[in-house]
Ligand binder design. Sequence first.
Ligand SMILES: Nc1ncnc2c1ncn2[C@@H]1O[C@H](COP(=O)(O)OP(=O)(O)O)[C@@H](O)[C@H]1O
Ligand SMILES: [Mg+2]
Length: 591
Amino acid sequence: MVAVFSGRQRQAIRLAAQFLAPYRWRAFGALVALIVTAGITLYMGQGIRLMVDHGFMTRSPQMLNESIGLFMLLVVALAIGTFSRFYLVSWIGERVVADLRKKVFDHLIDLHPGFYENNRSSEIQSRLTADTTLLQSVIGSSLSMFLRNVLMVIGGIILLFITNPKLTSIVVVALPLVVAPILIFGRRVRSLSRQSQDRVADVGSYVAEALGQIKTVQAYNHQQQDKQRFAVTAEEAFETARKRILQRSWLITLVIVLVLGAVAVMLWVGGMDVIEGTISSGELAAFVFYSLLVGSSFGTLSEVLGELQRAAGAAERIGELLQARSEIHAPVSDLLNLPQRVSGNLELQGVSFAYPSRPERNAVDALSLIINAGETLALVGPSGAGKSTLFDLLLRFYDPQQGQVLIEGMPIQRLDPLDLRRCFALVSQSPALFFGSVEDNIRYGNPAATFEQVEAAARIAHAHEFIMELADGYKTHLGDGGLGLSGGQRQRLAIARALVVDAPILLLDEATSALDAQSEYLIQEALPSLMQGRTTLVIAHRLATVQNADRIAVIDQGRLVAVGTHQQLIASNPLYARLAALQFNARDGAS
Ligand SMILES: Nc1ncnc2c1ncn2[C@@H]1O[C@H](COP(=O)(O)OP(=O)(O)O)[C@@H](O)[C@H]1O
Ligand SMILES: [Mg+2]
C-alpha cells in the first residue's frame, strides 16, 4: 500500500503524524480498541463454526446454550470496544483539526503582506476550512476504517487458511486480480480529486468577491455577467467532480464484480466438498463468513483508499501553506532593542522600492529624508506618487530593495517587527473596521485601554456624537468591515483608534479625506494637541493640515522633490504651487 503514496504525500502523512503526536496515548487506546474489535469480529467466525457443528448438528441444548452464551459475551465486548474505538478516533480527528486550524491561522496572520498579493486570500480561506474538514473526516473515520479493514483482510485470510487451505487458494489467486485495478483507478481518482478541490475553492472565492461588493455589482447592473461567470465556475467544478465520480464508480463496480465473483466460486467449490463430506457444514459456514468479511473489507478498503488519497492532497496543500515563510521577521542574529521611550526620530536613507508585482517600476525611488523627533511632516504629491507606500516601508510591510529605514538611528530590519510597530499608530487611507462593537474597534490597538480612554479618544476624533446616536452607543455592533457607517464615520473611528494607542509616531494617510468640512475643521483644531510630543507624518491634501505642519515634503513619482514650509515651497517649487492652487486654495475659498 505504501507504493500508492508519492513523496509529497508521504510528507503529508508526516505532517499528520506530527499533529497526532500529542495524543499518542489516545491514539494507542484507539488502536487497541480497533485490534480488539477486529479480533472479536474475526473470532465470530469460529463461534459460527462451533455453533453449527456442535449446537445445531449434535442437537444438544447444553452445547447450544454454551455457544450462545459465548456469542453474547463477544457481542458485549464488541459493543464496548466499538464504543471506545469510535469515540477515541472521532475525538482525535476533531482535536487534530482544531489544532491544525489554529496552527495554520497563527501562521497566516504573521505572514508578510506581500504574500497575499500573490495568493488570493479567499483561496487560502477555503484551504483553511475545506481542506481541514476533509482531513477531519479522514482522521476521524476513514483512517480507522482503513486500519480496521486492513486487519480484517489480513486476519480473515489467515483464518481462511486455517479453516480450509484448498478453498483459500482461490482467494489468493483472485487477490491480484482485485488489487491491480484498484491501484490503477485509485491513482486516477487521486489526481482528479485535487482538481476537484481546486474548482470548489474557485466557486467559494468567486461568491465571496461578488457578494462582498454587492452594491457595486447591482449599481452597474452587473448581475447577468456575474451569473454567467459563476455558472461557468460552477459547471467546471461539476465537470471535474463528474470525472472523478465516474472513475470511482468504475472502481466500486469492479470491486463488487471481482470480489463477489470470487466468493461465488468459493461457495460452489466448498458446497461440493460438503456434499462429498470432506468438510463439515460449520467449516463451510465459517469459511463463507470469512470470505464475505474479506470481500467486504476489500471493498471498503478500495473506497477508503480514495478518501485517504484525497486527504493526502489536502494535507499536502496545508503543508504548503505552513511552509510559506514570512519575508518580514526579526533578524536571526544581531537583534537590536528599541529603548523604553522612543522619541520618534526617523530616517530614510536612499530608499528604493518596487512592489513585487511591478518590479520594473520603483514606487519609491532613491528617497532620503530625516524626520526629527516631535516634528510634524506633511507629505503632499499627486495620487500614485508613493506616499502610502512610504508608510508601508516605515511599518516594514515590505523591505526596500535599496537603502534602509532607521528609527532612533537603528535600521528597522534589525528590530523585531512587533517592537517596531508598537511605535506607530496608523490611520490608513481606507480605514478598516472589524466585526465587533464600536468600543472593540476603538480599543483595537490597545486592549488594556479603559472605557474613559476610549471615550476621550472618540471625543477628540469627533466620533463621540455620532456614536451616542447609534442604537447601543459604544456597544453597538458593527457588521463586517464596519458596514452601516458612513465613510466619514469610519474615518473618525479609525482616528480614535489611533489615539487610544498613544504611540510616539502617528501616521495619518489622508485621514480626513472622507470628512465633511465641519468635522474636518474640528479635527484639524484638535490635531495640534494630538501632535504634541509626537512625531507625525500626515499625507495631506488640504491646506489646513499643511499649515499645521512644521515642514512639507513634496513627493512625485516616488522621488522627494522638495522640502520646506508652505511659503518657501509656494515660491520655489512649481509642482507644489500647482497642487496648492488646485487643491488647497479652491477648498480654502469654500470653507
Ligand atoms: N500592492 C501594490 N502592488 C503593486 N503596485 C502598487 C501597490 N500599491 C501601490 N502600487 C503602486 O505604487 C505606486 C504608489 O502608490 P501609493 O503609494 O499608493 O500612492 P499614493 O499614496 O501617493 O497615492 C502607484 O503607482 C501604485 O499603482
Ligand atoms: Mg495613498
